[in-house]
Design a protein around this ligand. Sequence first.
Ligand SMILES: Nc1ncnc2c1ncn2[C@@H]1O[C@H](COP(=O)(O)OP(=O)(O)OP(=O)(O)O)[C@@H](O)[C@H]1O
Length: 322
Amino acid sequence: MIEIENLSKAFQVAKRKKGMFSSFISREHETVYALSDLSFRMKKGEIVGYIGPNGAGKSTTIKIMSGILVPSSGSCEIMGLTPWQSRIEHVRNIGVVFGQRTQLWWDVPVIDSFELLKDIYKLSDHQYKRSLDQLVTYLDLSPLLHKPVRQLSLGQRMRCEIAAALLHEPSILFLDEPTIGLDAVSKIAVRKFIKKINEERGVTVILTTHDMSDIEALANRLILIGKGKKLYDGDLKNLKESYVKSKRVIVDYETSSQDFSLNGCQIISQTSERAVIDVNLSENSVPVLIQHLTSSFNILDIAVETQPIEEVIVNMYKEFSI
Ligand SMILES: Nc1ncnc2c1ncn2[C@@H]1O[C@H](COP(=O)(O)OP(=O)(O)OP(=O)(O)O)[C@@H](O)[C@H]1O
């Protein structure tokens, strides 16, 4: 459904002159590679989390895939079309949400923007009503339809933006930071909706975000990019297995503690009732530690915590020096 081969995008930017008046821009230019030699494929119905630090090239990829930008080299085929060459046909197949921008008209009621989109996409009355009814129900839009966009909260507006992107029932949805700035309740509502629309309409989703809980809630596959290059492409489970370096064991015991020492296990904190132990997984394992603890302590409770995914990603960024 999506085939990206050796995609590169270079921008020419004016060099800034160093010194007291650093805002002066010289006539010299330098080339910034936003993407370099990027390749990946996506199948119908997949939800892929597309992640990377600031400036990695995520938005550039989405802009090329949407037909907004033309790459410097390489190819991108989406449902058999090259986005920047067949823009009109291509936009019928895709919906795009940029979390930081609006595609709704600011001063008019939401429903007027939707009706304008009906005309732009030349939807029949039947198709428009079917799609709108479903989106209004799933995203709880009834109370918002007759309000001007400028009166909506960020979370309310984002629900309307997502509806606007899906009104013409596209097969593919590009989401660029759809949960940015949303509170926990709105984030969960947006995530539930994305999952539902993927299951019921079979929509293929590519999601860029800095919020790893979006990825954990939605994506089975993860593509990590840094400095315009693909660094990881695989499932979240494998990523955790490969990059989670340690686990934390919290043990509550009845008797006051004895001395504790085990290879690869480091006590982070200890009181007369509780110890927090870090297990370095390359040297030892949680079952071995638990066995050791049960033979030495009168244990009341044990909890095992995995490294949060955010920390895993930070470790990956460090490892790849991005
Ligand atoms: N129009 C442009 N002109 C010059 N440089 C650009 C332009 N657009 C992007 N870049 C550069 O290309 C690189 C990739 O930018 P891009 O916006 O794709 O990153 P991103 O991964 O989306 O970052 P963020 O997470 O901060 O949104 C950056 O170095 C950026 O400065």
